[in-house]
Design a protein around this ligand. Structure first.
Ligand SMILES: [Zn+2]
Length: 261
């Protein structure tokens, strides 16, 4: 059995401020949460291997400025940001995908560090008229390849967002969100313990999950940015993009890979 783990940094226990997640603002504080995320990933791997000792596990660091310490990951092959690309578009042969360290989409009430791909630039993504965050985008990409998403850990709002799409998903709440940079966290070791047990339960239940395919082509995708694009911006020149105003564009396509997620 092959398992794909997609990681982000914001949802790790103890992470609640942008200085912990952005490059170069406070490197030692960022390193601390990267250590915690790596411990949570190792706990997840242990949980998977407990149920399926021969599982082949691949992790991918989904955090833009790097969130995982690959040298400290035990029991999985790590795809780093340097490998480039979007490896979750290439899931042939995998049995399931798991999310670790996830945050909610931009604009979610009291959701710590919530954003949609770029915390500084993107106000929202919509797909076929509904708001969608990173979890939804990547779960759909996996689902269209026939791969179910079986587990998520992160803040309580990220978990609810996941449950809208996959009510039966196994979950671990690492913190209760209290604001954009505020949360009440569980103990870091408890977080690892819960993730290990939750990942094991998810793999035990793997046969109960179906791939998420609840959006269908043609896809109408809309992105709104916080600031306007000036006329010279390459996006304004792209004939595929239909600008509704100076900061919002739409694209209609039958191929998810045309979309920026
Ligand atoms: Zn993210």
């Amino acid at each position: 059995m092959k398992i794909f783990i997609l990681t982000d940094l914001e949802g790790a226990a103890g992470c609640e401020s942008f200085e912990q997640t952005r490059k170069g603002v406070n490197p030692s504080r960022k390193h601390e949460v990267m250590e915690q995320l790596t411990r949570e990933v190792n706990a997840c791997i242990e949980g998977i291997l407990e149920v399926s000792p021969k599982a082949e596990i691949v992790t991918w660091d989904g955090h833009g400025s790097g969130g995982l310490l690959p040298d400290k990951v035990r029991g999985a092959r790590c795809l780093t940001r340097e490998n480039g690309g979007r490896p979750y578009y290439d899931l042939e042969g995998f049995s399931a995908m798991l999310f670790l360290g996830q945050h909610a989409m931009a604009g979610t009430f009291q959701a710590p560090l919530c954003h949609t791909y770029s915390s500084k630039e993107i106000m929202y993504y919509r797909l076929n008229d509904t708001f969608i965050g990173e979890f939804g985008c990547r779960t759909l990409v996996a689902g269209m390849q026939g791969i179910p998403v079986i587990f998520i850990s992160g803040d309580d709002k990220a978990i609810r967002e996941a449950q809208f799409l996959i009510p039966e998903i196994e979950t671990v709440i690492t913190k209760q969100g209290k604001g954009i940079e505020a949360a009440v966290h569980i103990d870091p070791e408890e977080s690892c313990r819960l993730i290990r047990a939750g990942a094991a339960r998810a793999v035990q239940r793997i046969g109960e999950f179906r791939p998420f395919r609840e959006y269908s082509a043609p896809y109408t995708f809309e992105a709104r940015y916080y600031r306007p694009f000036d006329l010279a911006h390459p996006k304004r020149q792209d004939p595929q993009l239909n600008f509704l105003d100076d900061r919002t564009y739409q694209i209609t396509t039958n191929d998810l890979a045309d979309l920026p997620f």
